[in-house]
Design a protein around this ligand. Structure first.
Ligand code: PLP
Length: 365
């Protein structure tokens, strides 16, 4: 079954005109992912403000708008400006403010409704409005943010925001990224409790914004927060599948890789670290960087969990498998699902849909 479908997959990819590593998106699967999260947000009465760093595509952000999200999250000032130029007028820049960028932030804030995140009073004092200012809270990820139970610090930052004209306190924001390493539903529930507790400590003012894809998949009931900001849910990836966060049918982007050479024990494709990145999964058999996916008439089909890209150099990917050389020859094309879609997509300047449409991405700085 596998080899038959690899042959058919190659024919379909060749018919799409794939001659070099090409980032493909299955719009039908993306739409199913968008619909699921939009329905959860609606059911809970929560704003879904997608993080567009995953795709950085105006077209895909447009699909998210059509699914009910008129506001977005970004991870750089350049990304905020790029989406502002595309007509987005409500944007949260969810990376701690760099005081050296304060003037550029203020300039953008005069064009759109702009939110920023801070974690200390010294940075607040460098800001000029009009800005919506969120306090970033650390609920256990230990990346950035005020510890959720540091009441004094939270109160101090709220006061600092209140002391600067044209800054509006928006609320408390967290990214519970520890969900990638544990029970995602439990992480979501604990994060929500900690954020509610932190809000009590500042007198119950402001909104609560949370957002990480595993948590939002794991816990279907989002009541008790005001906003969620997942990004990766648009495409999902092997990391999410491996962690049991979502089923393989939700993987919605993959790299079409031409076959360069075949041997009895391996097939070598044009699809290396510069395409897939070195993000990896690991088990008792070793590490891997991607898994083969088949295509049928409807789009992406089966994820072949044991057909793995086990070696990478800059341009080459090695699929260690006996007998694949009977089925694939140089010039054929395979489809590789990425370990971490956000980083893989970052390697490409555009997406190709299965209808052949080309969707540009923001250019890399
Ligand atoms: N919000 C912030 C501040 C983030 O850093 C991220 C991802 O790193 C997200 C939201 C989206 O989370 P995910 O990539 O799990 O969808």
């Amino acid at each position: 079954v596998t080899t038959v479908s690899l042959r058919a997959t190659s024919d379909r990819l060749a018919a799409l005109g794939v001659v070099r590593p090409t980032l493909l998106v299955d719009r039908r699967r993306v739409q199913a992912n968008l619909d699921l999260f939009a329905a959860r947000a609606r059911a809970a009465g929560v704003r879904l403000r997608p993080h567009v760093k995953t795709h950085q595509s105006p077209a895909i952000a447009g699909w998210q708008r059509d699914a009910g999200s008129p506001a977005i999250t970004v991870s750089s000032l350049e990304m905020a400006a790029y989406f502002a130029d595309q007509g987005w007028d409500d944007i949260t820049l969810a990376l701690p403010v760099n005081p050296r960028a304060a003037a550029a932030i203020a300039a953008l804030a005069r064009r759109v409704t702009l939110g920023v995140i801070v974690e200390g009073p010294s940075v607040v004092r460098t800001l000029a409005g009009p800005l919506r200012v969120w306090i970033e809270v650390d609920v256990g990820h230990h990346r950035t943010g005020v510890p959720w139970d540091d009441d004094a610090r939270l109160v101090e930052v709220v006061a600092a925001i209140g002391a600067v004209p044209d800054l509006a306190f928006a609320g408390l924001l967290t990214h519970a990224g520890q969900s990638y390493a544990g029970d995602a539903a439990a992480v979501f529930v604990a994060a929500r409790e900690r954020m509610q507790r932190a809000r009590q400590a500042i007198g119950g003012v402001g909104e609560i914004s949370v957002g990480d894809t595993p948590g939002c998949f794991g816990e279907p009931d989002w009541r008790g927060v005001d906003e969620v900001r997942p990004g990766n849910y648009v495409f999902c990836d092997l990391m999410q599948v491996q962690a049991g966060v979502c089923p393989p049918q939700r993987v919605a982007c993959a790299v079409a890789c031409p076959v360069l050479a075949t041997y009895a024990d391996r097939v070598v494709v044009h699809g290396g670290a510069v395409h897939l990145t070195k993000e990896r999964l690991e088990d008792a058999n070793g590490a891997w960087y991607g898994e083969l996916l088949t295509l049928d008439d409807a789009g992406f089909a089966a994820l072949l969990r044991s057909r793995r890209v086990t070696g990478l150099s800059q341009e080459h990917g090695v699929i260690a498998a006996e007998g694949l050389d009977d089925e694939l020859v140089p010039g054929d094309v395979v489809l590789v699902a990425p370990v971490h879609s956000c980083l893989t997509c970052e390697q490409f300047s555009s997406y190709r849909t299965l209808d052949g449409e080309v969707l540009p991405r923001m250019a890399r700085g």
